[in-house]
Design a protein around this ligand. Structure first.
Ligand code: GLA
Length: 376
């Protein structure tokens, strides 16, 4: 009977349940444990084709994301856990919103308007992903809504002035919209009370096979970038924008990730594989353009990423090592890869890179769009 496809849509916002007939998308809220004293919630957004994303308020993180393969079979394509505990025990930014400054700041130090700031050095000598307790380890507030196009979840976190060494109180918003055209839009917005570096990114680990016991080495990747930012031994950009042509970093046409990952290339050795920022080709800064195409030839899943951001960090899961082992899941070496749309690493110390400084009165605004498609 066709009636099974015409599901009554239940919108659960707070404690009230509202049936909204005729709207094919939905959003539901459920408790997801506690981080210390703070309750954590998980929201489930679904669209007309059964695509489902679950987002928790801890870290404003994507916990799971189910998309169809070429036969229509839905599977989870991101690494994550069914319970909060493994996240609290410490995971490498699974699905999280990273900030206040995504990626690395050299020696955890920068100078702004003549004043120097010291951030926590939580990655060797560098500061990584906002320090010891970045935005990925904070409980965000959330508001669920529906637009004409899809289910919308807006998360907010207010980072106090001085938190993790950063100046200014920063109000950050991340909005997820799962639309019926099979896209997930992630919008970032922030304002500040004093000048501060800001760089917000999502740190989902994708595995388009839907089976995280498989590595991502057979995934085909293309990146819309003629150049990348090579790094020093501590993964800080040297400042050079190097042409990808003729190297293992050339993804202008699709390549299997595993094909050149073991090449005798100094940059690959420094990253233990791919862990670099590509300079996205843009007609002008801030233009919404194609960043990446990732596909799994077996399942036929294809992920298209578009963004307003100038860069994309492609990280091939080189530090995944089977830990943590919560919820019966272990995530082994290179079983997930990140495509983090963002500003370039260490921009606060690199005057030639686009500025990441937000000042009072300005609004930080960036957008990344994930489109879920299938190969023929
Ligand atoms: C980012 C970094 C990597 C690694 C992961 C988390 O992607 O670039 O070097 O730190 O986060 O493990």
């Amino acid at each position: 009977m066709r009636g099974s496809a015409i599901v009554a849509v239940l919108v659960v916002i707070g404690l009230s349940a509202v049936a909204s007939a005729g709207t094919p998308h939905a959003i539901q809220k459920a408790p997801f444990g506690r981080a210390g004293e703070q309750p954590v919630e998980i929201y489930t957004l679904t669209n007309a084709h059964g695509i489902e994303v679950r987002v928790m308020t801890y870290g404003a993180a994507i916990v799971s994301l189910k998309t169809p393969d070429r036969a229509g079979q839905l599977k989870n394509i991101v690494l994550g856990f069914d319970t909060l505990d493994p996240y609290l025990a410490g995971v490498p930014y699974f699905g999280a919103t990273v900030g206040r400054y995504a990626n690395r700041i050299a020696n955890g130090r920068f100078t702004l308007d003549g004043k120097s700031y010291q951030l926590p050095q939580n990655d060797g000598v560098n500061s990584l992903h906002g320090g010891r307790q970045g935005f990925d380890k904070r409980v965000w507030s959330a508001r669920a809504n529906q637009s004409a196009h899809g289910a919308v979840l807006r998360l907010t976190y207010v980072s106090a002035a001085g938190e993790e060494g950063y100046p200014g109180a920063l109000t950050a918003h991340v909005t997820y919209q799962l639309a019926d055209d099979d896209t997930l839009a992630i919008d970032y917005e922030a304002t500040t009370t004093a000048a501060t570096p800001v760089n917000l990114a999502n740190h989902a680990y994708f595995n388009l096979t839907g089976d995280p016991t498989h590595t991502i080495l057979d995934h085909q990747l293309s990146l819309n970038a003629d150049r990348y930012t090579p790094v020093d031994a501590t993964l800080i950009p040297t400042g050079e924008l190097r042409a990808v042509a003729g190297s293992a970093f050339d993804f202008r046409a699709p390549y299997a990730i595993g094909k050149r990952i073991g090449d005798a290339d100094e940059q690959l050795q420094r990253g233990h594989g791919y862990d670099h920022n590509w300079v996205l080709n843009k007609p002008q800064p801030g233009a919404m353009t194609l960043a990446a195409l990732l596909s799994d030839p077996d399942s036929g899943r294809l992920l298209e990423i578009r963004t307003t951001q100038p860069g994309i960090q492609f990280y091939s899961g080189n530090f995944l090592d089977g830990k943590p082992a919560g919820s019966g899941s272990v995530f082994q070496y290179r079983t997930g890869l990140c495509l983090e749309t963002q500003h370039f690493p260490d921009s606060p110390n690199q005057p030639a890179f686009a500025s990441t400084i937000l000042r009072p009165g300005q609004v930080y605004s960036e957008k990344t769009l994930l489109a879920f498609r299938t190969l023929k």
